[in-house]
Design a protein around this ligand. Structure first.
Ligand code: KG4
Ligand code: ZN
Length: 360
């Protein structure tokens, strides 16, 4: 019996401050390695020059280890997929140059991937059987096309209409700060280190989400704005610290819970509006069910994960939340995007250049 040759993709991600390499075989992850750059903690945010230097140092050992972990020899690879953008140009350059050189040396196709498209496609990474119970979703196992995805990261906040694996339309986006940026900037005001999103999430667990009220934006349609919220938090903290220097310390959990509640509410309100405007029904279903997904670093937030699940249960959506390791930046999502492009033979030429503002 003739068996189909498996599609084995090496994915490389270097758009911001994580150097990551992954190997996937027929959409199953064999290895997904991430080298995080601690150095930025000292500066309260990602320093582009330090990020590209760290990528340069990490890329060879990370790719080498990913291949070892996967048990795949480089000669067995079908193609190499890399993040072309959006991201920091110096960081992108490292991954792009490395991927080009390796594909050339192995004489295999090179595939360029849009980082934001890859965040959405993380939902199509097939799980190993023992990991299946970790997936948080209601049936079916993967979202039916078309579906709506709220992609929330450190640099972007987008509501995306996913028409097909490689055909996505932004139907709403932020006009200023991204949701992850709102978490990180709020954390900075509270004196927490970068990245502050996960810390706000942690302290919020034991706080009262209604303890403090912050300004919510009044933006028409499906777009977002977070800069007013940041200012509202800044002034509120400044005024209270003036009269009580221990204000932050004494109220940290309630502050974090209230900030998280406000950001999640802003996101969920627009997501609900989007589902009303784009009445999607799952193909082949008699009952009308929306498939609604979240993706990107902020989809690791426990408040957002809970809000999506609860709203989905109430409104009858099928909801999709990536496992934690595929929310924040990782190369497995780059490799899965590469898989779909490989199927369509969408290969890049050797003169492909990184694109800091690469559009979806
Ligand atoms: O997708 P990602 O890893 O990188 C970008 O493409 O930007 O997202 C990083 C963002 C950061 O702003 C980080 O604070 C936020 O995701 N983040 C979180 C959580 N985990 C990561 N924000 C809130 N709660 C979390 N648990
Ligand atoms: Zn990202």
């Amino acid at each position: 019996m003739k068996t189909e040759k498996p599609i084995i993709i090496l994915g490389i991600e270097s758009s911001c401050d994580e150097t990551s390499a992954a190997v996937i075989k027929d959409c199953k992850v064999l290895a997904n390695l991430i080298a995080s750059q601690k150095i930025h903690e000292l500066y309260g945010g990602v320093v582009p020059e330090l990020a590209s230097r760290a990528h340069q140092k990490n890329i060879v050992p990370v790719v080498d280890q990913a291949l070892r972990d996967s048990g795949i020899k480089k000669e067995e690879l079908s193609a190499i997929a890399f993040t072309r953008g959006p991201g920091l140009i110096g960081s992108l350059l490292v991954g792009v140059s490395f991927a080009k050189a390796m594909a050339l040396a192995l004489n295999i196709p090179l595939i360029e991937v849009n980082h934001m498209q890859a965040h959405v496609l993380a939902h199509f990474i097939r799980r190993k059987p023992d990991e299946k119970e970790k997936i948080v979703h209601t049936a079916p196992e993967m979202p039916n096309l078309p579906f709506i995805c709220l992609t929330v990261s450190g640099g972007h906040t987008q509501i995306v209409l996913v028409k097909d694996f490689l055909n996505m339309e932004i139907i709403g986006e932020t006009i200023d700060d991204a949701a992850g940026e709102a978490f990180d900037k709020a954390a900075k005001i509270l004196g927490l280190p970068y990245p502050g999103g996960p810390l706000i999430d942690k302290y919020a667990q034991t706080g009262n989400p209604h303890a403090f009220k912050f300004a919510e934006p009044n933006i028409a349609g499906l777009n977002f704005s977070f800069s007013g919220l940041k200012t509202s938090i800044l002034y509120f903290i400044r005024d209270n610290v003036k009269s009580n220097p221990d204000f932050i310390e004494k109220n940290l959990n309630n502050l974090c819970a209230s900030i998280q509640y406000t950001i999640v509410k802003i996101l969920m309100d627009k997501l609900m509006l989007a589902t009303r405007q784009f009445s999607l029904s799952a193909p082949g279903k008699t009952e009308e069910k929306y498939c609604i997904a979240i993706a990107g670093g902020v989809s690791a937030n426990s408040g957002l994960r809970k809000a999506l699940t609860e709203t989905g249960n109430k409104l009858g959506w099928h909801t999709y939340i990536p496992p934690f390791e595929y929310c924040t930046d990782n190369a497995a999502m780059i490799a899965i995007a590469g898989h779909y492009k490989y199927l369509k033979k969408e290969f890049a030429a050797q003169n492909v250049a990184p694109s800091a503002r690469y559009k979806l």
